[in-house]
Design a binder for this molecule. Structure first.
Ligand code: RB5
Length: 145
């Protein structure tokens, strides 16, 4: 797979650092667009950076903030992004299989490290379904304005 683009605000910084190590363990390449420390910053700036790189490189990415909510709201404003806030393995898997999510959002304050790793693994490994109905529905999402 292409490089995974990863980013967070201050609320997701520690989980981002943990997940970078985990991506290495799983033999995925990544590009970290920041933030670089716990200093307060604005999550939409990082949602934008990650999303634009994903569109540019036709890749996938991970965004982390305190809850994952702000990141998912912001990323979904960018044309071509389908950001999913997953909270367990089932939602992560379904977001790939049915919705072809290209961004995974996580909340550092709401998801424990062990669950975050399980979510990341299954999200990376699951492919978009070949079923026509899912392609039709995602096509409809992409036409919404
Ligand atoms: C930052 O305090 C927090 O609001 C942010 O990380 C995120 O949870 C927003 O959705």
């Amino acid at each position: 797979m292409k490089k995974i683009i990863i980013g967070s605000d201050h609320g997701g910084f520690e989980l981002k650092e943990i997940l970078k190590e985990y991506l290495k363990e799983l033999s995925y390449d990544y590009e970290d667009v920041g933030t670089k420390n716990r200093e307060s910053c604005d999550y939409p700036d990082f949602a934008k950076k990650v999303s634009q790189k994903i569109i540019e490189k036709n890749s996938r990415g991970i965004l982390i903030c305190g809850t994952g909510i702000g990141m998912s709201m912001a990323a979904n404003k960018i044309k071509g992004i389908r950001a999913a806030l997953a909270f367990d393995e089932y939602t992560a898997k379904m977001s790939r299989e049915h919705n072809n999510s290209n961004v995974l959002c996580l909340g550092e304050r709401t998801t424990k490290e062990i669950m975050a790793k399980k979510i990341v693994k299954i999200w990376l490994e699951t492919k978009f379904s070949k079923e026509e109905r899912h392609h039709k529905r995602v096509g409809k999402i992409m036409k919404l304005e």
